[in-house]
Design a protein around this ligand. Sequence first.
Ligand code: GLN
Length: 204
Amino acid sequence: MSAGAPTIGVLALQGDVAEHLRHLETVGARAVPVRRRSELDAVDGLVLPGGESTAMSKLLGVYDMHEPVAERIESGMPVYGSCAGMILLASTVLDTRADATWFSAIDMTVRRNAFGRQVDSFEADLVVDALGPEPLRTVFIRAPWVETLGPDVDVLASVRASDGADHVVAVRQDNALATSFHPEVTDDVRVHRYFLDMVRQSTS
Ligand code: GLN
């Protein structure tokens, strides 16, 4: 744990690790990849990146990292999951593999690959009140959506999908933040700054 800039880890078993590390450095965190227990012990907060949630859950088992990460989240370490990372933070996951595991950090049901084949990937400008009035460019890549939420979950953003309905795509519950989209692949660093603020508040 650090004096000065908080240290934020990015789970580096699979997925878009480098992009998160770069955005975290840009907003003023010390950013480090996390693959093993000793590295996890040294961080004030953790990002679960986009990638493939079932592959990541398998690798968490192979590296004996599921329990340590679960314990840190349980004890209040701030955690941010984007896309596959959102799936890992859910309490219920639909359309996943029978052997997949996740952390149940946010009281929500998510559906994997929810936006359908024709629109596997799309972009949208969303106003996210928590980030200010300027719309946020959001990139969705085979993204999940949030299908149901518990009463303690705050909705930060929703998007209108091709089914004509609005679907929840950004949420927060206490120390856990999750987005269906990938802020790490755009130049807008406000989501990472918001997460850094969560980490600062938890360490102050
Ligand atoms: N569809 C992926 C999964 O289920 C998530 C996609 C992503 O992270 N871009 O894990």
